[in-house]
Design a protein around this ligand. Structure first.
Ligand code: FES
Length: 108
């Protein structure tokens, strides 16, 4: 198996309704995860790109959270409609999607 070029982490953590932190799962993370898996297959990127569901990555209030390595680019408030844009622009062309980047203020 060749070493993948990109690793996409998708937070799918779900907290109970009404939890003060909210969660990516409550905001549609499973649909986003499915879209990434489908999009990787559709673009024949298997082997080049790995998609991994994760538990909480930290910035819950900005979720759904997606991280792309090795670039270390964190995306906020990702929707299913954003997934093909991330795959085509970031993964396909090497150009991270600036409008979806997690702001530095999140890290304190
Ligand atoms: S629940 Fe997704 S970042 Fe915390």
């Amino acid at each position: 198996m060749p070493k993948p070029k990109y690793h996409i982490l998708v937070c799918k953590n779900t907290r109970p309704p009404g939890h003060p932190k909210g969660s990516c799962g409550e905001r549609g993370a499973m649909g986003i995860l499915n879209q990434f898996n489908f999009g990787v297959m559709e673009r024949s990127l298997m082997g080049k790109v790995i998609v991994t569901p994760t538990d909480c990555l930290g910035p819950c209030q900005m979720g759904p959270t997606v991280v792309v390595y090795p670039d270390g680019v964190w995306y906020k408030s990702v929707t299913e409609a954003d997934v093909p844009v991330i795959l085509d622009e970031h993964i396909g062309k090497g150009k991270p999607v600036d409008r979806l980047r997690m702001p530095d203020e999140v890290w304190g």
